[in-house]
Design a protein around this ligand. Structure first.
Ligand SMILES: [Zn+2]
Ligand SMILES: [Zn+2]
Length: 340
């Protein structure tokens, strides 16, 4: 079968690999769509320190079950569509002991520390499958990326009395906007791209601010009557937005960081103390976040056509990655189509 491989940074190949055979607790899946994640872009650019090349990328999965092992429970059958939880956890580290498996110290994610899903067939232990027969192939491939933003909202303990500022309206920010709005919060979305801000509105943002055109602190003062947002969710990962989150959040507010900042960030730490802030990291997602995303998708409200930038044949991925790398603001989600 065909698999897509990043041989070295910038070099994308289609390679031939054997279709593996399943163990009794595993299922064989025929892959339909695999979403390309920002993490995969970092791997393509050679900026992901966790990856060893060559690697088969991909962890945002939509696939059909085509074979089940002898010890797989009977409710899992061939023909079902599924996505999957692409993270492993060790069960023994401090995070796992606290049942925060998403942040396992020894986490491995498909396509990062281990082989990924960008191939025609994949094998998974049945416990990793998320089967939902009401969702279509496009929706299933968006469950994992949206769940990351959903998790950040959980980390921010957002409720209906909060004003939540979401910085960055890519796929992760989109998940945060949807979840914060579902929880009844008033959401303010910030980005540099008007198209993404228009989508943010559709997803539930009450206010949008283009930080490249408008004065962000001034806009926030107006919207929040000088109080500042109760919660700031940072979904960009740049030093400037890391600092903005601390500066703009209300006194005694919560700041949640999802973006990985590649460079060191300089903070005026007095604000941590003066505002008595809760500053929290957010990584991956928990099983309950996946469930919440799928419940939301069942409502049919997710505007798929706005979020899926394009669907690519595997052979077109190399060029698409180069284009995306050159203009990262223009892509929300690329799918690779392995069904043909
Ligand atoms: Zn991802
Ligand atoms: Zn662990």
């Amino acid at each position: 079968m065909n698999a897509l491989q990043f041989e070295t940074p910038g070099k994308v190949n289609i390679i031939k690999v054997d279709v593996p055979s399943i163990k009794p607790n595993e299922v064989l899946l025929k892959v339909h769509y695999i979403g390309i994640c920002g993490t995969d872009l970092s791997t393509f650019r050679g900026l992901n320190p966790l990856v060893q090349y060559p690697v088969i990328p991909g962890h945002e999965i939509s696939a059909e079950i085509v074979e089940v092992g002898s010890q797989v429970p009977a409710h899992i059958t061939t023909g079902q569509l599924a996505t999957a939880n692409p993270y492993t956890h060790c069960g023994k580290c401090p995070s796992c002991k606290r049942r925060r498996y998403n942040a396992c110290q020894y986490n491995e994610t498909m396509g990062v520390q281990r082989g990924g899903a960008m191939q025609e067939y994949i094998i998974l232990p049945w416990e990793k499958l998320l089967i939902n027969e009401k969702l279509n192939k496009e929706q299933l491939a968006l469950v994992e990326p949206l769940s990351v933003g959903f998790h950040a909202v959980a980390r921010g303990t957002v409720t209906d009395i909060d004003t939540v500022l979401v910085i960055g309206c890519g796929m992760i920010g989109a998940g945060a906007i949807i979840r914060a709005a579902l929880r009844g919060a008033r959401v303010i979305a910030v980005d540099l791209d008007d198209h993404k801000l228009a989508i943010a509105k559709k997803l539930g943002a009450k206010h949008t601010i283009n930080a490249g055109k408008d004065d962000l602190p001034e806009c926030l003062r107006t919207i929040t009557a000088g109080q500042g947002p109760d919660v700031v969710i940072e979904a960009v990962g740049s030093p400037a937005t890391y600092v903005t989150a601390i500066e703009q959040v209300a006194f005694t507010g919560r700041v949640v960081y999802i973006g990985y900042a590649k460079n060191e960030v300089a903070f005026s730490t007095k604000l941590f103390v003066q505002k008595e802030l809760d500053i929290r990291g957010s990584r991956n997602a928990l099983p309950e976040d996946f469930v919440a995303v799928m419940n939301y998708m069942e409502s049919g409200k997710l505007p798929l056509e706005d979020l899926i930038t394009s669907k690519l044949a595997p052979a077109a991925v190399g060029q698409a990655m180069q284009d995306w790398s050159a203009r990262p603001g223009e892509v929300i989600k690329l799918f690779v189509d392995f069904s043909k």
